[in-house]
Each structure stands twice: as structure tokens, then as C-alpha cells.
Design a binder for this molecule. Structure first.
Ligand code: NDP
Length: 256
């Protein structure tokens, strides 16, 4: 594996679950990023206490407010990140924030579908658009030539629940809105990969496994620490061939 080193990283939905663990493990890397941006919806709220504790110990951790459905909030976060980076680009953007409310074919409404789509698909789309100038700058400033996560990359946290070719059982996982949103996120990822390749930015998606978090529940099979160790290992090893693909936390290809 290439040594995990990213000059700067931004993680959305970083106040709990997989996002918070990503931030923790990034800060513990042998060569940690010079700047880790951890975004959450309410940096002053009770839900951001863990992040604040971390920030009090790590000068390279910056907490930013970001609501994935609010363009104004996304643009303000990008502006603040730009100021903090002071002329440097953003190496790695991890679109992690997501929701999975219960929704069966019987119960789901149009509004349920749209509200999940806004967070899980339009969120990563708008966040990536807002940070595109900083990602492009990182790609231009890098000495690396091909696509890699050490140059500039967008990682969308997807789910095997969005796979059409290998979907989990519908009986055990009947979350319609979520599954459709992750399928759309996979296509968004493919489109981003095609469009942003010319700027030197690698775009791909990762399925983190079934992870014990509020979303994954305590019935899940994976501890968050193990999932995130796998995710960071996969991210460190990314190259051109991963662009537009979905892989799991162990690096295995997930079918569309
Ligand atoms: P959690 O429910 O533990 O955390 C979700 C995070 O997303 C929280 O930080 C939450 O913030 C944030 N978030 C929710 N809505 C918004 C919004 N509108 N704007 C900004 N942030 C928001 O989930 P996980 O950590 O388990 O999931 C992280 C990602 O991993 C998701 O994309 C999920 O789909 C994916 N995933 C998870 C799996 C699992 O088994 N856990 C399996 C497959 C994929 P707040 O605290 O403010 O609500």
C-alpha cells in the first residue's frame, strides 16, 4: 500500500459514526494531513462534543458548519476552507453524510424519496461542485501525474444497498428511498469521474460494509474502527483504474 498521506482532507457528516471515525484515524496517521476539515450541521450543538474535544487536542482539525441540503451553507464552508488553506488546494473530499429513514414500498411517499435524494445525492453533487476549484488547485499543485488520492480525489460513501447486480435481500433491507438514492449516487460518481478526470481529480465510491453506527444499528457485523481502517487503506491505494468505480471497504469491486 502507498503510505497514507493526504495534505488536506474534508469529511462531511463528521460528528458521529463513520465520519467521526474517519477524522479520528486521519489525525492518528503516522503522517497526518496538515489540515482536516470536519463538517457537521451544528458545530455548537450537543452532537458535536466529540469533534470539539478532538479539535482542542489537534491544531490541524478545523470544524466547519455544513448542511448538505443548503447551498448557502456549502458555499460558506468552501469559502472558509479556502481561507484556511491559504493558497493550497484540497487533496481529498469525502462525501460521507447520509440518511436512511425507514421506507417500504407501501409506506414511502414522494416527499420521503425526494428528501433522502436531496441529502444522499444532491448533497455530494453540490459539495463537490463547491469544492471543485480547491480540488483542481490540489491536482495542479501536485507533482504526481496520474489520478490518485494523494493528488486530488472525491470519495462518495455509497452502499451495496444501491447495487442492482448484487443487492442485499429486500426482506431484510426494504429501505426503498435509501437504496434508490445510493444507486443514483453511484451514477453521479461515474459522471463526476468522467467529467473531472481532465482536471486530474479521481472520483470513486466506497461501500463501508455493514457498520455498527446509528444508521447501521448494533446488529451490524463490523466495528466502525475496522471499517474505517479498511476505507483508508483502500483510499491510499487508489489509482486511475478505480475512477468511476464502486468498491467495498476491503477493496472488492461492487457490481452496479
Ligand atoms: P450515522 O447516522 O452514524 O451518521 C450520519 C452522519 O450524516 C451524521 O454526521 C449526520 O449529522 C450527517 N447528516 C445527516 N443528514 C445530514 C445533512 N442533511 N447535512 C449534513 N450532514 C448530515 O451514519 P453512518 O456513519 O453509518 O453513515 C455514514 C455514511 O455511510 C452514509 O452515507 C451511509 O449511507 C453510509 N453507509 C453506512 C452503512 C452502515 O452500515 N453504517 C452501510 C452502507 C453505507 P447529524 O448528527 O447532524 O444528523
Amino acid at each position: 500500500m502507498a503510505e497514507a498521506h493526504f495534505c488536506s482532507v474534508l469529511v462531511t457528516g463528521a460528528n458521529r459514526g463513520i465520519g467521526l471515525e474517519l477524522v479520528r484515524q486521519l489525525l492518528r496517521l503516522p503522517k497526518p494531513p496538515q489540515c482536516v476539515f470536519a463538517t457537521c450541521r451544528d458545530p455548537q450543538g450537543a452532537g458535536a462534543q466529540e469533534l470539539k474535544k478532538l479539535a482542542s487536542k489537534h491544531a490541524n482539525l478545523v470544524i466547519l458548519q455544513l448542511e448538505a441540503t443548503d447551498e448557502g451553507s456549502i458555499k460558506a464552508a468552501a469559502k472558509e476552507a479556502e481561507a484556511r488553506l491559504a493558497g493550497k488546494g484540497l487533496t481529498l473530499l469525502i462525501n460521507n453524510a447520509g440518511v436512511m429513514p425507514p421506507s417500504t414500498l407501501d409506506s414511502v411517499t414522494q416527499e420521503d424519496m425526494l428528501s433522502v435524494y436531496r441529502i444522499n445525492v444532491l448533497g455530494p453533487m453540490e459539495v463537490t461542485k463547491a469544492f471543485l476549484p480547491l480540488l483542481t488547485m490540489a491536482a495542479q499543485q501536485s507533482n504526481e501525474k496520474g489520478l490518485s488520492s494523494h493528488r486530488a480525489a472525491v470519495i462518495n460513501i455509497s452502499s451495496i444497498g444501491g447495487s442492482i447486480g448484487n443487492p442485499p435481500s429486500f426482506q431484510t433491507f426494504p429501505v426503498i428511498a435509501y437504496r434508490c438514492s445510493k444507486t443514483a449516487l453511484n451514477m453521479l460518481t461515474r459522471c463526476q469521474a468522467l467529467e473531472y478526470k481532465g482536471r486530474g481529480i479521481l472520483c470513486m465510491a466506497i461501500h463501508p460494509g455493514w457498520v455498527k453506527t446509528d444508521l447501521g444499528t448494533d446488529k451490524a457485523t463490523l466495528d466502525v474502527g475496522d471499517s474505517v481502517r479498511g476505507i483508508l487503506h483502500v483510499i491510499s491505494s487508489l489509482c486511475e483504474e478505480h475512477a468511476g468505480r464502486v468498491v467495498d471497504w476491503q477493496g472488492r469491486l461492487v457490481p452496479w
